[in-house]
Design a protein around this ligand. Sequence first.
Ligand code: ATP
Length: 401
Amino acid sequence: TIGKSGDETGCNVFVVGGFVRDLLLYRKNEDIDIVVEGDGIHFAKNFAASKDARIHAYSKFGTAVITLEDDFKVDVATARTEYYTSPAALPEVEKSSLKSDLYRRDFTINTLAIQLNEKHYGTLIDHFSGQKDIKDKTLRIIHNLSFVEDPTRIFRAVRFESRFGFSIGKLTVRLIENAIRMGVFKRLSGARAMGEIISILEENDPVPSIKRLGEFRLLATLHPSMALTEKTTALLMETRKALDGYELLAEDLRCQRWLVYFMVLISPCNTAEAKKVCRLLRLAGWQEELCVKEREQADLCIKRLTRELPLDNSILYNRLHVFKTEVLVYMMAAAERKQVKKAIAHYLSKLRFVTPLIQGRDLKEMGLPPSPRYRKILMQVQDARLNGMLHSKEDEMAFVA
Ligand code: ATP
C-alpha cells in the first residue's frame, strides 16, 4: 500500500537504510524509513489516510512520522537534492535525488534501497556497492571526508563492526585515524559524543566496541583520563557477566546497562577528573552523582564487605540498601572476592525484597503506644527476618512481645 500511495501522488517511494541492510542480513528491524522522490508530505498524508493512521508532518523539513496500529512507526523523508560541499574526488553527479539522499549516509551497507511503486516493486537499488560490502562483511564510508563531516560516524563504525561481526575497511580505518589525528572531536559537542557512547554501551555486548575505541585512542581523545587500560577492559568483561547474571535474576527490574558500563569506564579517573568527564559529556546531575560519588562509596563498601566476610544477611542488607541497582551491579562486577560477588547477587535477588510482615498498626494493637520507637522495632524485626529467625507474622509478634 505504500507503493500505491506513491503511485497515486506521483512519487517514487523507496524503503531505505537499516531496514534493507537487515533484510539482507536476515536480522529483525522494525524501523521503516521511506524516502520519497517528489512531495513527501503529500505522499505521507495520502498513505496515512488510506490506513486511517496518525501522522505528524514537518513541512519545513519535508518529513513525516506515521503511526500505524500497534504503534508501528513509518518515517518518511523527502529525498534531498542538494549535495554536501565535497572535494573534486566526487564522481559525476547523478540526477536521481534518491542517490544524492543516499550519498549523505554513513556506510555503504546503509545505502541500499528497495523501490515500492507497483511497477518497480521490489527493485533493489545499490548505488554504492552496499550489497558487495554486506557479502564481504565490510564497513566502508561513501566518501573520504565522511568522518570530518560527522565524527559521530566513527562511533557508529565501531558499533556496527561489532554488532554485525563486520570489519572496518582498510581505507576507512585510515580515514578514522586521520580524522582523530586532525582533532575532529574538538568540534563535536559532549552531548552528541555521549549519545554515541550510550548507543555503544546499550548494545548486547559493548566490550569489543570499547576495545576498538581504545585501539583508536578515541576515549583518551575525549579526555586523557579515560584512556582504556587492561584493568578497565577486564572489569568491563566482568560487568557484562554481572549484567547478564542480574537480568536472569531479576528480569522484571530493569537496570540501565549503559550507566553500569560508564561507571567502569570512568573508574580509573580520580574524583576531579571523573566530574570533569561527566560535565564534558553533559551527563545529568543525578547521573554524575551516581557515577562519581556513589561509585566511590561503592568501592569503599566492597572493601568493607571483603573485610567483614562471612556476611550476615542483616549486615549485608544494611550496607547495600543505600545503593541504586546500577551501582550494585557495578559492585558485583568490581568485587574481586567471589564470596562478595555472591553476597551482592543474593542481596539483589532476595534480601532487598525482605520487609517485616507486621506494621505499625499491629504494634498499636499489641498495646504499644505510637512513638518513634516503632521504626526501631520494625528494623529489629527486619534484621531478625533477614537472618532467618522469623518465618511468619506470629513469629514476628512473638519476637516483639
Ligand atoms: P540502529 O539499529 O542503531 O537504530 P540504524 O542504522 O538501523 O541503526 P539509525 O541509527 O536510526 O538506524 O539510522 C537510520 C539511517 O540513517 C541509517 O541507516 C543511516 O544510513 C543514516 N544515518 C544515521 N546516522 C547517520 C550519520 N551520523 N551519518 C550519516 N547517516 C546516518
